[in-house]
Design a protein around this ligand. Structure first.
Ligand code: G3I
Length: 349
């Protein structure tokens, strides 16, 4: 655990890094959040916060295979339909997450043994899901986390059932099928760990560009790259690396979207005000680096309130203090991070 002094120094460094880059274009950026069905159903303040602070809503888990495909034969759209109907009733745009991922899969997917079987199931799944929300879900994370954590050794592809049975073509099949099923939908390659100043992040940026370029060269529709941006409070944003990455995406004619923004603060001192100030500075530094080279199409946080977040469960603090990863605290009170996000929403970011 860094000392308070070290944290303040780190905060100062982030603030120094966060300020300055001139903005490419300061037009309003759509702000959004993922909606977790349990909290959505049980907590009225959760729904009110989605209405108040969001232009975009993303079903957090209900469009994943494990939620939709308990049985191989059927589809369970109950949760997804509920959140889609809520968004439409409140004039919110929708992002779909996700048509292909190596996790959150029902057991029967692991029983597939042949290439033909995997291609048949993947194609049918994407056709049925995308067709159901055609013209309603504007943007899809077609593939999620297909890049190996450290692509510098043993090839770029993450070891998933789709990679094992279909090889690298699993990504092409997914994008081709989504584009054929809803030609108007925006199609996104979504992944994480692009933001930090380390060789792994740099290698992942290169792999992501390479995947996008290959799809482009084969004439397979892709419209953008999704940066999840689960930011580690103790790490430094690679401003120059991100600016180059944004210019390279521009070169490919692709958009960038921030798709799962939150701050992992398990290594920060317990002081809540300090953590919140540091998290806001880190988010400002990250968004500043991106927006200085390319206006993001959307900024989506992975939830809105600290009351419900995967961060505390996955990165529990030794001191047992609650994680503070999101723009609203556990009692739905705005935190400094919200002010940073709302500047982008107003176009003054
Ligand atoms: O809803 C069921 C509940 O009925 C059941 O009692 C309980 C116990 O098994 O599980 C509940 O479902 C859980 C669901 O979250 C709802 O909270 C699933 O088990 C659990 O796996 C699921 O975790 C989600 C995880 O993705 C896996 O799908 C997290 O909420 C979600 O935040 C996380 O999000 C991922 C993104 O999709 C991709 N990027 C990383 C991000 C964080 O891991």
């Amino acid at each position: 655990m860094p000392t308070r002094r070290a944290a303040l120094r780190a905060g100062a460094a982030v603030l120094a890094a966060g300020a300055a880059p001139a903005r490419a274009a300061s037009r309003p950026v759509a702000l959004g959040s993922a909606a977790e069905i349990g909290a959505f159903r049980s907590d009225p303040r959760y729904r009110e916060a989605l209405k108040r602070y969001c232009d975009i809503v993303v079903p957090m888990n209900d469009l994943k295979w494990d939620a939709l495909r308990h049985e191989r034969a059927g589809f369970d759209f109950a949760g997804a339909d509920e959140i889609v109907a809520f968004a439409e009733a409140n004039g919110k745009a929708l992002r779909g997450h996700t048509l292909l991922w190596g996790e959150a899969l029902p057991p029967w997917v692991g029983e597939m043994t042949t290439r033909a079987e995997a291609e048949r199931e993947l194609t049918r799944h994407i056709e049925v899901v995308v067709d159901r929300y055609k013209g309603r879900i504007a943007t899809w994370d077609v593939v999620n986390e297909v890049i190996k954590y450290d692509p510098t050794s043993g090839g770029p592809w993450r070891d998933t059932v789709w990679q094992r049975l279909l090889g690298p073509e699993h990504v092409e099949i997914a994008f081709r099928t989504a584009a054929r099923t809803d030609p108007k939908a925006r199609l996104v390659l979504n992944d994480f760990h692009f933001e930090e100043r380390d060789p792994g992040a740099a290698a992942r940026r290169a792999v992501a560009l390479d995947i996008c370029r290959r799809l482009r060269d084969k004439g397979i529709p892709i419209h953008g790259l999704g940066m999840q941006a689960h930011l580690y409070a103790e790490r430094t944003i690679d401003t120059e690396g991100l600016q180059r990455f944004m210019r390279d995406l521009d070169g490919l004619g692709l958009d960038v979207e921030i798709t799962e923004l939150d701050v992992i603060d398990w290594k920060m001192p317990a002081d809540a005000a300090l953590r919140d100030k540091h998290a806001a500075a880190l988010v400002a530094s990250f968004l500043g680096a991106v927006a200085s080279a390319k206006r993001p199409k959307a900024i989506v946080t992975w939830g809105l309130t600290d009351r419900y977040s995967w961060v505390g469960e996955t990165f529990p603090r030794k001191d047992g203090a609650r994680a503070r990863p999101l723009p609203l605290d556990a009692d739905y009170r705005p935190k400094p991070m919200l002010a940073v996000l709302e500047r982008y929403r107003r176009g003054t970011g």
